[in-house]
Design a protein around this ligand. Structure first.
Ligand code: BES
Ligand code: ZN
Ligand code: ZN
Length: 496
């Protein structure tokens, strides 16, 4: 999609987005181009609509024959960044139904006591991109090529800094496209998005956006002693890969931030096979990996002044005669042995090696992102991902950044009291506790055993936000969770 900043305010578009709160503001930039009759028609329509947030109507102007979507912002004091995100998406969906190819909107219409013009500009472009996304790769040609909105034209009220807004629109559009790329990586079926395909996609991104990508094969992982990754991979006929990405937007000598993503390209559960109704979404179990690959792409595309490493162990978890078994003991790269209580708790086993591998970088901050536990979905539903860290301040920074980025995050405790649940009987650590209690905390507590050397480490469980929820006004399937948060974190942690 093209995003155009129209500083002349000629706003030449096939359709318009007109927000209102109590009354239509005739100060908006489109009305200069509307005839008195059309203006009156807009006002009259709004006056008979309910004044609830997201209440909307599609109208055809009687004189100019322009298509418009009228949408209610709700009471001014309740108009927030959170609401703005939903409104931009819902409006875009309505405008798409009008069959217009271009949409005009005035960014200044969305400014309020709780949201400034620069935020409006970024979030409008970002959320319009996210709303426009549909995964059509596997649809027949006619549906793939159906016409849709191609251009967004923005303007601002006179005396607003249009240049700054233009930059923000560009940034929002860029981040939105990388979120959508993560959604595609996750949405592609497991048979087509194997560990080697995921590695090839990372390489493609590196070439396109300017970061270095190296891929270790199983032989190289054996040399490094990655018994966790190799153990989980044993049951699959697909070779595991270990993807290493490095973006150097500042001195390479500066200690980096490391992002680690779970890259299980399909999680059948292994010998502890998942029940049949819990398996169909498990091609998205590499969503953490997709978030890390796409975040590096976005960071490089935006040319952030940061040094960022991305690590993605990519593995398929399958049952077979070669599979790792419940009761097996794997020796991880750290030397710690992992007692396998359940082969379906495979994510933490591969991440253990990735965390040990990350030690060589001596990172200022390290964050792992993983669709780790079903318990996370039970705890938080689909509107927040879970943050766990031994460092309370770091966890709080991440939650605040979640609010700013749109990837909402909520902290769960990682207290020592929980450590006893994952103590091994035969091996050093147990990959799953015997009870179903505190599943998300136990997963994080396991990972913590391999992250104790880091000053700032946090674990993000994104199982809850892996797929979109119906009231998010996004197409069904993968949500691209984590990309916005990681990009924002790379930006603010590198400033310090
Ligand atoms: N990939 C799953 C977790 C998951 C569930 C992600 C639902 C997204 C949606 C993970 O590997 C898993 O199976 N975890 C087990 C752990 C248990 C055996 C300790 C779970 O949550 O049941
Ligand atoms: Zn699993
Ligand atoms: Zn999994």
């Amino acid at each position: 999609m093209r995003h155009i900043m129209d500083t002349q305010a000629s706003l030449d578009a096939e359709s318009y987005l007109i927000p209102f709160s109590q009354n239509v503001k005739l100060s908006s930039q489109f009305f200069k181009h509307f005839s008195p009759l059309d203006q009156e028609y807009v006002k009259a329509t709004a006056s008979v609509m309910k004044e609830d947030f997201l209440e909307s109507a599609k109208i055809l102007l009687p004189e100019s024959r322009k298509k418009c979507v009228l949408i209610c912002l709700g009471p001014k004091e309740d108009w927030t960044l959170r609401r703005a995100r939903l409104l931009f998406r819902k409006s875009f969906n309505s405008l798409r139904e009008c069959n217009a190819r271009s949409v005009g909107m005035c960014l200044s219409d969305f400014v309020g006591p709780n949201i400034d013009i620069s935020t409006v500009a970024k979030e409008a472009a970002l959320n319009v991109e996210m709303a426009a996304y549909e995964f059509k790769e596997y649809k027949q040609k006619s549906e793939k090529e159906a016409p849709t909105i191609e251009t967004m034209v923005y303007t601002v009220a006179p005396s607003t800094r249009a240049r700054q807004c233009e930059k923000q629109v560009r940034m929002g559009g860029t981040i939105g496209r990388h979120v959508n790329y993560a959604r595609t990586l996750s949405n592609i079926p497991g048979s087509d998005m194997t560990p080697s395909k995921l590695a090839a996609s990372a390489k493609e991104c590196g070439k396109k956006y300017g970061f270095d990508v190296q891929v270790l094969d199983e032989k190289e992982m054996r040399k490094l002693g990655m018994g966790g990754v190799l153990g989980v991979s044993r049951g699959s006929s697909e070779e595991a890969t270990f993807i290493i990405m490095e973006y150097t937007g500042t001195s390479a000598k500066r200690a980096p931030i490391v992002f680690v993503g779970k890259g299980i390209t399909f999680d059948s559960g292994g010998l502890n096979l998942k029940p049949s109704n819990s398996m169909d979404e498990m091609h998205m179990d590499m969503s953490g990996g997709a978030a890390v690959i796409s975040a590096l792409s976005a960071i490089a595309d935006l040319k952030l002044k940061a040094h960022v490493i991305g690590l993605v162990p990519a593995v398929e978890n399958m049952p077979s005669g070669q599979s790792y078994r419940p009761g097996d003991v794997l020796t991880s790269m750290s030397g710690k042995t992992i007692e396998i209580a359940n082969t379906d708790a495979e994510g933490r086993v591969i991440l253990a090696d990735a965390l040990t591998y990350a030690e060589q970088y001596k990172p200022t901050h390290i964050i792992d992102v993983a669709t780790l536990t079903g318990a996370c979905v039970i705890a938080l539903g689909h509107h927040a991902l879970a943050v766990l860290s031994p460092n309370d301040l770091f966890a709080k920074t991440i939650c605040e950044t979640g609010e700013v980025s749109g990837d909402y995050a909520w902290q769960l405790p990682l207290w020592n009291e929980y450590e006893s649940d994952i103590r091994g009987t035969v091996g050093d650590v147990l990959n799953a506790s015997k009870s179903r209690e505190a599943g998300t905390i136990n997963g994080a507590m396991f990972l913590y055993q391999f992250a104790k050397s880091f000053k700032h480490w946090a674990h993000l469980d994104i199982a809850s936000t892996m797929t979109t929820a119906s009231d998010q006004h996004l197409s069904k399937g993968a949500s691209g969770t984590g990309v916005r948060l990681l990009v924002e974190l790379a930006h603010c942690l590198s400033k310090k």
